[in-house]
Design a protein around this ligand. Structure first.
Ligand code: ATP
Length: 828
């Protein structure tokens, strides 16, 4: 049992949270942690298929810029993540972090919740993370010194120093660790074996924040229409072969790293090596197939529960057999990684080297039979467990095993006898609930006159399942013998578990390496099957012939690739185009490709450079039905307010169809005001709109680039105009004089009378607008001057760019845009 650190002293001098002086104890109902059903909105948006027990303690120093400490203890994976976040009054970063972790419990200080006046943060957590159970825990549990003691006691020895350096000054995070551990001990009667818990500090600036609604509308983790569909970014990228690999991929997609040298570059190098060395790649994939979820098994081994009895010992034997088969599989991966040269793969190979795993395996083999292994079928697993401990270690155990063997033989002989006596083809089956039972085909069996000796009969379509009284008695004897074996194995197993607990730390590292190599090989799988390119990381976003990753796979060769370019000078991209011209697809692609690039994956393009982005926001209307429209404007405004409050120059925002939930005039005015505000943030904005006038007005603002998705109108059979989408992003605004909307309405079969009426209204409006248009020479002069100044600035910037490869394309586009804009001015 873990020796828990004594209660530390609460330092009254420290900020707001020191003021929480009460004598309250834990207030929530004591229960054991359980796998919650994930019905909450956030987990389903995040596409979570697996659920974990995460207990999270939070504390805060209130103020204008509050500081929040978080300690998240994952009881299913045996790891603790500490964070300390400098947040704003809406606690955006903290709430986002909690939403991604999906904690089963969130523990507060008693003074933050009722009967005291609930803090703003507490109220936000209650409202925005409804699926978490909220508790409070005694004030004295939130102690810095006790938190440090936990680290010293629970972290692997080699990790203690680096963790202490990382958490220096992170007072709130450390107090939360103390509270979380005491809460777990108090509530669940659980503790961790010494030096076994992975504790890490995660600074919030090390990862990209993808707003939850962006995650949903961009279909990052799950498809919008069907939760089962694999048509989402995660579905596209997840070719992992182990549960650990899939988890790491998911975590990376939820919070892509922002550290290029530390993470992204090393992943690119490893991936490049994998895709160029085909043989190594295949060997790695083959080796990965052998692994099960060792991370979870190891966690179960290090969690100390005060449970005894046959079931507990059986579980421990299962864990040992699983660890044994895990250790036996590691050398294959080590060999597969032999040719690796890239830093990351070499590091992973070193972590998997035999010096780490072989001594542990030898220790296991000292007491466990070498050929006993973990099996999936209940009968095989029971037999493996019965013979797990080496013979010769305990005389009584060997005797019990002999009885077990003989009883099994007796049962098989009895099964043959039943077949003979009742003239049926009874086959012996086994499951954990009934133990042995018979399956007898219905053919030749009179269902009206089933022998009375057959009990517990379950009729099925083509056979019956049943037992006999004698079989039930034999089962009971077998169970007693099996239990005796298990209990007699207990002492040996206990000793081994104790030994293994001391060695889990390097094994957890091996698991993490396997997970990482699995994620990279998963990227390798998609890179080799699709035509992906390694991105560069620079200040500029420049993509040549880039494709929407999901549509590209779905549409194969039909997808029309597009170019993207964004710098300080062109940071607000106003994208116009007629209905169905590909605007949304164009702007969404850029966010999805950015996420791919930052998790270390190659991207579907001919050439790609990305800047490092710290936040991704999206405002995309995903509900087009009339009912939803009632509130869609409210949702739209709320989301835009959130974005405007949190966006900065390291952000990327995708805004689609802003202002469409209200009248055209109001919508246009709001879109205009928001666009102006977004331009001033310095963020990279991709703004698709039907308001062509908006694009024209914004055209002269520094930082704005107008683009449109091209389409063609031609005259088809019978003189009927036809609309062809080209899906090609082109400089300038869409030419709305062609009335594409009306052309599309005609193409989809609206009545001719209606179309004629719409055309006449549109022509009237156009004439009126033309007569209002300014045409004075001085007005034109102002526009010409602005255009030349902009061109000068752009060429200067291009000259400074290190990306010479993208330069010709960029200059050509600049030229096209200049000519187009000049023509527009002259035609005014
Ligand atoms: N680059 C492309 N290549 C091929 N097909 C595309 C491309 N972009 C979009 N499409 C097709 O066009 C359809 C419509 O695209 P999208 O929804 O992006 O258009 P939109 O301009 O945003 O439409 P609306 O204005 O009506 O919302 C997509 O479902 C896809 O099938």
């Amino acid at each position: 049992m873990t020796q828990l650190p004594g209660p530390g002293t609460w330092r009254a001098a420290r900020a707001d949270c020191t003021a929480y002086i009460t004598t309250s104890t834990t207030t929530s109902r004591p229960t054991t942690p359980s796998r919650r059903s994930r019905n909450g909105a956030t987990p389903s948006i995040l596409g979570q298929s697996d659920s974990y027990d995460v207990v999270c303690a939070v504390s805060e120093a209130r103020g204008v810029t509050p500081t929040v400490g978080i300690a998240m203890v994952n009881l299913s994976l045996g790891e603790v993540t500490l964070s300390q976040i400098c947040d704003n009054q809406s606690y955006v970063k903290t709430i986002h972090k909690l939403q991604l972790a999906c904690p089963s419990r969130i523990v507060f200080m008693p003074s933050a919740c009722s009967p005291n006046e609930p803090s703003t943060f507490f109220s936000l957590v209650q409202r925005l993370i409804p699926e978490a159970e909220i508790s409070s825990h005694d004030r004295s549990a939130w102690s810095e010194s006790s938190g440090i003691e936990y680290i010293e006691h629970l972290a692997p020895e080699g990790d203690i120093g680096p963790i202490k350096v990382a958490i220096q000054g992170k007072y709130y995070a450390i107090c939360c660790l103390s509270a979380a551990m005491k809460y777990i001990d108090h509530q669940f009667n659980l503790s961790f074996s010494p030096q076994s818990l992975r504790i890490r500090y995660q600074p919030s600036e090390d990862t990209m924040m993808i707003d939850i609604s962006a995650m949903q509308s961009l279909e990052v983790m799950r498809n919008l229409k069907s939760a089962k569909s694999k048509e989402c970014l995660f579905g596209l990228l997840d070719h992992t072969l182990t549960p650990m690999g899939s988890r790491v991929l998911r975590n990376n997609m939820l919070q892509p790293p922002t550290d290029f040298d530390g993470f992204i570059k090393t992943r690119y190098d490893a991936l490049e090596e994998m895709v160029t060395n085909e043989e190594m790649f295949h060997e790695i994939r083959k080796a990965l197939e052998l692994f099960h979820d060792a991370e979870k098994t190891l966690t179960k081994l290090v969690i100390i529960r005060n449970t005894t009895g046959v079931f507990a010992v059986e579980e421990q034997i299962n864990h040992i057999l699983m660890i044994k088969s895990f250790l036996e599989s590691v050398p294959d991966l080590y060999r597969a990684l032999h040719p690796a040269q890239s830093d990351l793969l070499v590091k992973i190979r070193n972590l998997c080297r035999p010096e780490t795993t072989v001594p542990i395996l030898l220790n296991i083999k000292k007491v466990i039979e070498a050929d006993v292994t973990y099996m999936k079928s209940p009968l095989d697993l029971r037999n493996q467990r019965a013979f797990a401990v080496k013979s010769g270690i305990s005389g009584m155990l060997d005797v019990a095993r002999q009885t077990y063997r003989e009883l099994n033989e007796v049962i098989h002989i009895y099964s043959d006898k039943v077949s003979e006596d009742y003239r049926v083809a009874a086959s012996l089956k086994y499951d954990n609930r009934r133990l042995y039972w018979f399956r007898i085909p219905r053919v030749g069996l009179d269902m009206e006159a089933i022998p009375q000796d057959f009990i517990n009969v379950i009729p099925k379509k083509s056979y019956i399942e049943c037992q006999t009284l004698d079989l039930v008695k034999l089962n009971q004897r077998l169970l007693d013998t099996s239990n005796e074996i298990i209990m007699r194995s207990d002492a040996v197993i206990r000793g081994l578990v104790k030994e293994l607990r001391r060695q889990v730390s390097p094994l957890f590292r091996v698991c993490e390496s396997i997970a990482l190599v699995d994620m990279i090989s998963s990227f390798g799988q998609i890179t080799t099957t699709r035509d992906y390119v390694r991105p560069n990381i620079e200040d500029t976003l420049a993509l040549k012939s880039a494709r929407h990753p999901i549509l590209d796979k779905k549409m194969v060769s039909e997808y029309v690739p597009n170019d993207y370019y964004a710098t300080e000078r062109y940071r607000f991209h106003c994208v116009t185009g007629c209905n169905m011209s590909g605007k949304s697809t164009y702007i969404r692609s850029v966010a999805l490709l950015q996420i791919m690039a930052q998790i270390g994956c190659f991207v579907p393009a001919e050439f790609a450079t990305f800047p490092i982005i710290h936040n991704i926001f999206a405002r995309i209307s995903t509900q087009d039905n009339i009912e939803a429209n009632l509130s869609s404007f409210g949702v739209e405004m709320r989301e835009m307010a959130f974005i405007l409050k949190n966006i900065d120059n390291k952000s990327l925002a995708i805004i689609d169809e802003l202002g469409r939930g209200t009248s055209v005039r109001d919508g246009m005015a709001i879109a205009m005001a928001i666009s102006e505000a977004l331009i001033d943030t310095g963020a990279s904005i991709w703004f698709a709109t039907h308001f062509v006038e908006l694009a024209r007005v914004l055209a002269d603002r520094p930082g704005v680039l107008n683009l449109h998705l091209a389409s063609n109108t031609s005259v088809g059979d019978g003189g009927i105009p036809q609309l062809t989408m080209l899906y090609k992003a082109t400089a300038g605004t869409v030419d709305d004089e062609n009335h594409y909307g009306i052309a599309l309405a005609r193409a989809i079969g609206m009545p001719e009378s209606f179309i004629n009426c719409a055309e006449s209204v549109a022509n009237d409006l156009r004439k009126r607008r033309e007569s209002n248009r300014q045409s004075s020479e001085s007005y034109k002069e102002i526009h010409r001057r602005k255009l030349v100044l902009n061109l000068y600035e752009a060429i200067k910037q291009a000259n400074n760019s290190s990306n010479k490869e993208a330069l010709p394309g960029y200059l050509k586009r600049l030229q096209e845009e200049y000519i187009l804009r000049l023509t527009e001015i002259e035609e005014m």
